[in-house]
Design a protein around this ligand. Structure first.
Ligand SMILES: *Cc1c(COP(=O)(O)O)cnc(C)c1O
Length: 225
């Protein structure tokens, strides 16, 4: 079933859109099934879970961290993480920089932007993203590759609202892309717009997403117990 779902996605999404298979709560066998079907990017939102899965599963998997990341847990994922989608504070950036140096590597990150109407402690407010990037301390973090932006739309049936939120993020992405030089970003690296999940990936792709994060439509619904 997982392989079939993946094949369906692969044929339905444009070639320039990358698929992150969100495997949180799912057992290793499910991930292996997706792996055998050719999937290499997996997304997880718990540090303990992603670390255990990284140890148990094939080493060429590209692990993406997509949930809220606590500063004191960065050290566990720093050696292997392929991309962190949830960079949203200078404090967290400082810790990622420190652990990247310790591991003698650079770490790819997306700035998580708050675009939903829902109250959330997470994500940089849209209007603050520029000043966040321009922050002098942030500018000194040479081991963080800012690869783009990530956002989650409001969980609503109102497609127009979802569309509007994604389009706002796309506009900001374009603006930043045009001014990478003055913002101290590497232009060739700033190319990822992570938006869209099982319920709204079509709308996200129409609005310009380059990376969708899909869980339940691939692995089936999750059982939190
Ligand atoms: C769980 C999760 C997803 C995937 O959600 P589905 O609706 O199962 O596709 C995507 N992004 C984030 C940040 C998530 O936590």
């Amino acid at each position: 079933m997982i392989a079939e779902n993946l094949a369906k996605f692969k044929s339905a999404i444009p070639e320039h859109v990358q698929l992150v298979a969100v495997s949180k709560t799912k057992p290793n066998e499910d991930l292996l099934e997706a792996y055998k079907a050719g999937q290499r990017i997996f997304g997880e939102n718990k540090v303990q879970e992603i670390t255990a899965k990284h140890e148990a599963l094939p080493k060429d998997i590209d692990w993406h961290f997509i949930g809220h990341l606590q500063t004191n847990k960065v050290k566990y994922i720093a050696p292997f993480i392929g991309m962190i989608h949830s960079l949203d504070s200078i404090k967290l950036a400082k810790e990622i920089q420190k652990r990247a140096v310790q591991n003698d590597r650079s770490i790819n990150c997306l700035l998580q932007v708050h675009i939903a109407e829902e109250e959330s402690k997470f994500g940089i407010p849209l209007e603050n993203v520029r000043s966040f990037i321009e922050d002098e301390i942030f500018q000194s973090f040479d081991r963080i590759n800012i690869c783009g932006l990530m956002g989650m739309a409001t969980n609503t049936e109102n497609i127009n609202q979802v569309k509007q939120e994604f389009e706002q993020l796309k506009s900001l992405f374009n603006e930043i892309k045009l001014s990478t030089d003055s913002l101290g970003l590497r232009a060739n690296m700033f190319d990822t717009l992570s938006m869209g999940m099982s319920g709204d990936y079509n709308t996200a792709i129409e609005a310009g997403s380059t990376m969708i994060r899909v869980g339940s439509s691939i692995f089936g619904s999750r059982n939190y117990q």
